[in-house]
Design a protein around this ligand. Structure first.
Ligand code: ZN
Ligand code: ZN
Ligand code: ZN
Length: 161
C-alpha cells in the first residue's frame, strides 16, 4: 500500500487530487462506467480538500465557473454516479460528500470526523465491519449499509486548539 498522507496533516494535496482522478479514470475505463467531463469535475471538486463538501457548495463553484447557474439535478446525478461507482462517500451527519481514498476495493464507509477543522479521515479497519456483522448476526439483523461516523478531534487540532 502506498503511504497516504494523514488527511489532517499538512501535505501536498495536489498529489491526492491527481491520484484520485487517475484512479477514477482507470477504474471507469476498466468497468465501462462513463466518467463524463462533468462527473470528473464534480469528483475533482469533492477532492478539493479532505473536508466533506455539500452539493450546494459544488453547485456554487460550478455556477461561478460557468457564469450561469448549474442545474441541481445534473450535479445530484453526477454525485449519484460517483457514489454508485465507489469513488466518493456520503457523510450523512453533514449531508456532504468526501472522496474515497481506496476506491475499487469493496468496503463500507467508516470515518473519523474532526469537529474543529472538519477533516474526514477514512478508516481502513476491517475489524469494525466484522464487529458490526457479528452483532447483527446475534439479533438476526440484515445489514444493508454500515456508515460509521465518529466525531472528535484530529491529532492536529488536539495539539493546536
Ligand atoms: Zn490531500
Ligand atoms: Zn472509501
Ligand atoms: Zn481537526
Amino acid at each position: 500500500m502506498t503511504a497516504t498522507p494523514l488527511a489532517c496533516h499538512p501535505h501536498d494535496h495536489s498529489h491526492c487530487v491527481a491520484a484520485a482522478l487517475a484512479t477514477a479514470d482507470a477504474l471507469c475505463a476498466s468497468s465501462g462506467a462513463r466518467l463524463t467531463a462533468l462527473r470528473r469535475r464534480v469528483l475533482e471538486l469533492v477532492w478539493r480538500s479532505h473536508q466533506p463538501l455539500g452539493a450546494y457548495d459544488i453547485l456554487g463553484v460550478l455556477s461561478a465557473e460557468d457564469g450561469r447557474r448549474a442545474a441541481p439535478p445534473t450535479v445530484y446525478r453526477a454525485l449519484d454516479f460517483l457514489l454508485e461507482n465507489g469513488l466518493i462517500h456520503r457523510i450523512a451527519s453533514l449531508n456532504a460528500f468526501i472522496g474515497c481514498n481506496h476506491p475499487g476495493q469493496s468496503h463500507q464507509g467508516h470515518f473519523f470526523l474532526c469537529r474543529q477543522c472538519s477533516t474526514a479521515i477514512e478508516v481502513q479497519q476491517p475489524a469494525i465491519g466484522a464487529a458490526i456483522a457479528a452483532a447483527a448476526g446475534e439479533v438476526g439483523f440484515a445489514v444493508e449499509s454500515q456508515m460509521v461516523e465518529v466525531v472528535g478531534l484530529c491529532s492536529r487540532c488536539r495539539v493546536q486548539p
